[in-house]
Design a binder for this molecule. Structure first.
Ligand code: HEC
Length: 402
């Protein structure tokens, strides 16, 4: 209590001294980087420091102790606000080190490690704010994420979730509806057969993430691994993020009917084996965040299946594609997503459009408009049977991190 009284008294002395001037860290502070591992132990250290030294003014959640907000001038900064969270780790570290007015200098009171730890904790406090969508909080703030989620509509992005949680997603597609008189009768495809994929995402390290899914069409179970090789940096020393993605899907449909004297193309006797059920998807993905509003990516993708239908189309075992994905932010929480996936197979090129609403950095909902009910690359490229001129498929994606 006496501590608070002293603070309040001090506040009258300092009143208006710094009130109107925005507190700006010098340019060289921007580049300062956390030399310590931004892991769980550091975070816990930061939490301890914060709870013993900072909550009296900044409040337990970082938004400010209500009493201090009223009495101090300038008031303690809301550490979860965009104004603070958009600063680099270096700038926040510099301010804690130097102090200003009532905000003491912690240079001598706290070690370097303790000050970096509390910066890490301030990031954590800012995590549940919607601003996180525009500025992904990572251990190293020189890094840029082009996309805030690990898949856009159907395409995988270069994004990898930070470890310590897991993701859950639902991708749902209603039936195909053509621009004809049945469109309304079938209620824009909502009455027709639908496809759905459930998936879990498990970050293993901050470079490696696994995902596991189940899709209705093809009764596929799929297991994927994404490895982030390079990550775009603010200073543009690394201009793009590059990720490698591999997915193996197994169909659990009943074995196809075939006659006893069926043969392979080369004349060997055909027999349905387990490996015929496997479909592979391999991708190298390049993404770039161009500015606060626009991100894009391009991938080189090869899809391979171990068994191809013989007739009537003479389908190939593989398809090459160069999917292009774009995201235009239309507001703090909303965006329009577009995917065009030219491939060498050319039934019809998969084209998808989505309106995205993200209620926080941890949750996104998309209304999708596609020309394929297929979701997994392994059957998207082989089974897109609708030209976008002729009709569309409504759907939605839901993705959440826990
Ligand atoms: C006596 C109250 C008080 C305490 C205790 C305190 N702060 Fe502050 N803090 C302030 C005030 C007041 C400001 C605004 C200073 C200004 O703008 O001139 C501030 C500003 C800041 C800023 C800068 C925000 C911006 O605008 O960029 C950071 C970061 C910060 N405090 C972190 C901390 C941390 C970390 C601790 C604990 C180690 C701490 N503060 C303890 C009162 C306090």
């Amino acid at each position: 209590m006496t501590k608070q009284l002293i603070i309040i008294l001090m506040s009258f002395v300092f009143i208006n001294l710094n009130a109107q001037k925005k507190w700006q860290a010098p340019a060289e502070a921007k580049q300062l980087q956390n030399p310590f591992n931004a892991d769980e132990t550091l975070l816990q250290k930061g939490q301890k420091v914060f709870q013993s030294l900072c909550v009296s003014c900044h409040g337990t959640d970082g938004t400010g102790n209500p009493v201090m907000l009223k009495t101090l001038n300038p008031p303690p900064a809301d550490l979860t606000s965009a104004a603070v969270q958009q600063q680099t780790d270096g700038e926040i570290f510099w301010k804690i080190t130097r102090g200003r007015g009532l905000m003491a200098s912690y240079k001598n009171m706290l070690s370097d490690e303790e000050r970096w730890a509390v910066v890490t904790y301030i990031r954590k406090l800012g995590e549940n704010k919607p601003e996180k969508i525009t500025k992904q909080v990572t251990g190293n703030n020189n890094e840029v994420d082009a996309f805030a989620f690990s898949q856009l509509i159907n395409a995988k992005t270069t994004y990898i979730r930070q470890t310590g949680g897991f993701g859950f997603g639902i991708q749902h597609r209603f039936g195909a509806t053509k621009f004809d008189k049945n469109m309304l009768k079938n209620f824009f495809g909502l009455d027709l057969a639908s496809n759905i994929r459930f998936s879990f995402e498990i970050p293993v390290t901050n470079k490696l993430m696994l995902d596991i899914g189940r899709t209705r069409y093809g009764k596929f179970y799929d297991l994927g691994a994404k490895y982030l090789w390079l990550k775009q940096t603010v200073d543009n020393k690394i201009p793009v993020s590059v990720a490698f993605y591999e997915n193996v899907a197994v169909t659990t449909e009943n074995a196809p009917q075939y006659s006893e004297n069926a043969t392979f193309d080369d004349g060997r006797k055909f027999e349905y084996k387990f490996y015929h059920r496997l479909f592979y998807d391999t991708q190298l993905i390049f993404s770039r965040k161009f500015n606060e509003k626009f991100s894009a990516q391009i991938a080189v993708e090869l899809v391979w299946r171990n068994l191809t239908p013989a007739l009537p189309t003479g389908q190939k075992a593989y398809v090459f594609a160069v999917p292009v994905s774009m995201r235009f932010k239309t507001g703090l929480k909303s965006a329009i997503d577009l995917e065009i996936m030219p491939d060498a197979y050319h039934l019809f090129i998969p084209v998808s459009l989505a309106y995205e609403i993200a209620s926080s950095g941890n949750h996104v909902f998309q209304i999708t408009l596609t020309n394929s009910e297929r979701i997994l690359s392994q059957n998207l490229f082989f089974n897109t049977t609708l030209h976008y001129r002729d009709g569309f498929i409504l759907g939605f994606n839901l993705s959440r991190y826990f």
